[in-house]
Write a protein that binds this ligand. Sequence first.
Ligand code: GLA
Length: 380
Amino acid sequence: MKEKIQEKFKVLFGVPCDVYASAGRINLIGEHTDYNGGYVLPGAIDKGIMAGIAPNGTDLVKVFSIDYNEYAQFGLEEEDKPEQQWARYIFGVCRETIKRGGTVKGFNAVFCGDVPLGAGLSSSAALESTFAFALNDIFGNGFDLFELARIGQSTEHNYCGVKCGIMDQFASCFGKAGYLIRLNCKTLEYQYFPFNYEGYKMVLVDTCVKHELASSAYNKRRESCENALAAIRKRHPDTETLSDAKRIWLEEVKAEIPSEDYLRAEHVIGEVQRVLDLCDALERKDFETVGELMYQTHFSLSRLYEVSCEELDFLNKVARKCDVTGSRVMGGGFGGCTINLVKEELYDQFIRTAIDLYAKKFGRAPKIYDIVSSDGARKL
Ligand code: GLA
């Protein structure tokens, strides 16, 4: 990928470039907890985005996307927002850097990636983090990795319409090969956990469906959580985030909030505890408990948070049938992948069965990705 980018850059712009990269992410557990101040357990993977960049001495950004085979050009003022969706991510990163007092001048860029789009592996965070890291380095802004992650997150909020949490951008900035990261999304304290499951394999099964309106449904989930928190705060004013709420406090307000908001909050409160329990189990190498917690999360995301879909629920059931240790929908939901923890000796049989049954039911095969842990944002 690196050589391809360097060659294309030379052809288009006639000069050499520096090359930067960042990664997509998995998340073992802790879903829809990040924007509720809870815990998550993500890690960077070997599928990512790579970009060749060099300043061009003008006020314009000129970018070529190898994957879309499209060129975009834009200025750096707010009114210069480009048409193409992919270019908006880069524009947003420039604007958010500038808003924080950083310098961004005109530059040329060529980029490509291998994160499957719409699979819940956060290709957009990989794109944002690559550019946030590169611009910070090239223009000497000196922002730390936390700020670079926030630049990516604000890009989603202000230029792409998704009110996401910090997990994806955090993982693609802080990711380290061989580790998952337990992050407290309220305090941003984090701890690396060895990505080491002797005797097991971790595999993603991609439904290859992406449901329409996923981003508006996502924002709606966030609103429900805010409503539930507001009701709880009336009785317990010191509750900073929904993750701080006790289950009994939620019961107290049950009659005061829509049942939908109650269910969403029930998921969040349960999920925060599951991350902690799973991390304890990981330390004991108790993979049976790890897996059981993954199944519990799937149930909760499907029934309480309602971000699963027929295809994901189907794959989850197939996993159970094949004695897969743990399986659940991963990421924002509404399509994308399941993440599966499976004993090595059961792996082949599981993959064969999943492909076969899914194809029979839905008329197309799911895609399979073995997970390889990797580094996050970096200069190559
Ligand atoms: C998406 C968002 C994240 C997080 C997950 C769900 O990936 O970008 O911030 O909320 O969904 O856990």
